[in-house]
Design a protein around this ligand. Structure first.
Ligand code: HAS
Length: 594
């Protein structure tokens, strides 16, 4: 049995053979691919997190300059957003999806497919990274027009997305169909259902993004078009962009439903409720994008209101999750001897170092942060309240407790867990691994409160306010009343970074530890307490049909409006050069930049 050393040896096996118990053995190329799909984004994440620290220090006026180490504020913001929210999440979702399918269906992944996916994702990321690091793609992570990037950024992003969807079509769907043929009467494992829902969603939303990239962004970037319709680009981008957040969230929900109950010592409270939550995400995640465009001219308010209504509907599966997860925690705690109406909370394994229970800390910290993320999300969704918070620091608070909260914490925890399993080692420096999520959580609770308050005071997001509103020498703009909470925000940011460093200690220790057993994939999957047959959540076909119908109803007219009204405001592309937006044509003439 090969335990160490052969990561780079691309053997043709890449197999997952059932070992004793429930673990799946992973060898050769597949093991290398899975490990690197976790490690590559983690390495980039170190840069992403440090750039986050720069953002918070710059916004508080503690670092008062337009750039740091040659990286301009907006370039850093682009790298921070793209690395943390797009690259890290996409790589993780693919690695985790592969691991889940391998473990749950017990069928091998195809080495050729996995290599193709890996090469496209890594190659695409390197291309886009080159464009961002050289200042040719300072377009922020929401890269809709009229900001324009070098073509390598768009091609890189496209390759990353194509690479991420290959396993779904060429490995996971065929494996699920084969499993279904072998187990005609069995229920699809819950984690598999969650993963398939997530990547079906992913496929559906890549299509509108691909449309604006191929037909608007690339032609503009290559100089084949001189003006574009930015309204259409934004509508297509947010068609993708909001459901994207659920593509980040669903792997976390898979962990909450299938693993957290067991770590808590009990069972999943209701399997049908979990299935219903996943299917409701399929239905409601996409037709809500206009809630990012409430303030955008050219789109009718009636359609914005419709999307606002559906946005409240997409909170429903999260409310179901809050209930089911809390009930599962209570069940686990009572198995551990917990009593009373609230006394059971003390019987959860918050600090346990026993076996895999350290992972519990990542989930519970993420859940606490998600309470803040959920409440602020509901405020954002309201057509009227949104006008108060849109484009302010409030939104930044919201997404650091959603994608920066539950999502990041569960992804980091699972990365550590899988690295240990795939290397055949125990998790090292467990006290550091345990401290990390709590520090991160505490940091981001403080950060969230501080940013919400400065947001309500009017502080804009995406702005180097340290050299404008928070510069006392700027008599016209200076807002001394934002200073206190901006500094509180720094405290939160610094605490979160300390938490991250604590995590790095444990991950690096685990990465270089001496293997003590064969590499394998094994998840702590919980049984269900309530598992009554529920026809509503068994057949996927009506859900997919309803999803397509709801998308068609919700987007046909807004896209039509964007096409017909957006042309009136056709504009050239703009490049961000040292804090200024410069029209692309002017730049071409003056500097001959690509
Ligand atoms: Fe959002 C903007 C609305 C969820 C991410 N969102 C953003 C942006 C990002 C983002 C990145 O309607 C900025 C985009 C940009 O750059 O412009 N969001 C919502 C709503 C929800 C929501 C209604 N967002 C998310 C999630 C994200 C995410 C999830 C990432 C993963 N969001 C908006 C809107 C905007 C927006 C507008 C545009 C704003 C603007 O003007 O630009 C809902 O899905 C939230 C539902 C969640 C809940 C919470 C349930 C609670 C649970 C925890 C239970 C805890 C337990 C443990 C059991 C209802 C499940 C308790 C333990 C103890 C010890 C107490």
């Amino acid at each position: 049995m090969q335990i160490t050393g052969d990561y780079l040896r691309s053997v043709a096996v890449g197999s997952a053979q059932d070992r004793s118990g429930d673990a799946a053995r992973v060898t050769g190329a597949i093991r290398f691919i899975l490990l690197s799909e976790l490690i590559v984004p983690f390495l980039l994440l170190i840069l992403g997190v440090l750039l986050g620290l720069y953002q918070v220090l710059a916004r508080a006026g503690i670092i008062r300059s337009a750039d740091i180490f040659g990286i301009n504020y907006y370039q850093g913001l682009t790298l921070h957003g793209v690395i943390n929210a797009i690259v890290f999440t996409t790589f993780f979702a693919v690695a985790f999806g592969n691991a889940i399918m391998l473990h749950q269906l017990k069928r091998p992944l195809k080495v050729g497919v996995q290599w193709a996916s890996w090469l496209l994702m890594v190659g695409g990321t390197l291309m886009a990274a080159w464009a961002m690091l050289t200042g040719r793609a300072t377009v922020l992570y929401t890269f809709y027009l009229p900001m324009v990037a070098h073509w390598t950024f768009y091609v890189g992003a496209t390759l990353l997305l194509i690479g991420s969807i290959l396993p779904y079509f060429l490995d996971w769907i065929p494996n699920t169909l084969a499993w279904r043929r072998e187990n005609p009467n069995a229920k699809l494992p819950l984690a598999v259902l969650g993963n398939l829902v997530n990547f079906t969603l992913w496929f559906l939303i890549i299509l509108p993004l691909a449309t604006t990239v191929l037909f608007q962004m690339l032609p503009l970037s290559l100089g084949l078009a001189s003006e574009v319709n930015p309204l259409l680009s934004r509508t297509l981008f947010w068609f993708f962009g909001h459901a994207l957040v659920y593509f980040w969230l669903l792997p976390s929900y898979i962990m909450l439903y299938t693993m957290l109950p067991k770590l808590a010592g009990g069972k999943l409270y209701s399997d049908p409720a979990a299935r219903l939550a996943f299917l409701l995400f399929l239905l409601f995640s996409i037709p809500v994008g206009l809630h990012h465009q409430y303030t955008e001219g050219g789109l009718s308010s009636g359609w914005k209101l419709w999307h606002a209504f559906l946005t409240f509907m997409v909170a429903l599966p999260s409310f179901i999750t809050a209930f089911t997860v809390a009930a599962s925690l209570e069940h686990g705690a009572r198995q551990n001897g917990g009593q009373g109406l609230f006394g059971w909370w003390s019987k959860l394994p918050y600090w346990s170092r026993e076996g895999d229970k350290w992972l519990f800390a990542y989930f519970i910290s993420g859940l606490i942060l998600f309470l803040f993320g959920g409440i602020t999300g509901i405020v954002n969704a309201s057509y009227s309240l949104n006008l108060v918070v849109h484009n302010t620091a409030w939104i930044v608070g919201h997404f650091h407790t959603t994608v920066g909260g539950l999502v990041t914490l569960s992804f980091l925890g699972m990365t550590l867990y899988l690295v240990a399993r795939l290397r055949g080692v125990d998790v090292k420096a467990k006290p550091f691994a345990l401290a990390a999520p709590y520090l991160w959580m505490l940091g981001f609770v403080i950060f969230e409160i501080a940013l919400s308050i400065t947001g309500l005071q009017g502080a804009p997001r995406r702005s180097n306010i340290g050299i404008s509103y928070l510069d006392p020498s700027n008599e016209l703009l200076y807002r001394g009343d934002w200073l206190f909470w901006s500094h509180v925000g720094v405290l939160g940011g610094v605490l979160a970074v300390i938490g991250f460093l604590s995590y790095v200690v444990s991950l690096v220790g685990t990465l270089f530890a001496k293997p003590v057993r064969a590499p394998e994939i094994d998840f702590p999957i919980a049984e269900a307490l309530h598992d009554a047959p529920t026809p509503l959540v068994v057949n996927l076909r009506p859900w997919v049909t309803a999803t397509l119908a709801l998308i068609a109803i919700s987007y046909t007219y807004p896209v039509y409006e964007s096409i017909t009204r957006g042309v009136i405001t056709k504009v050239p592309g703009y490049q961000s050069i040292e804090n200024n937006l410069v029209p692309q044509q002017t730049l071409r003439k003056q500097t001959r930049l690509p």
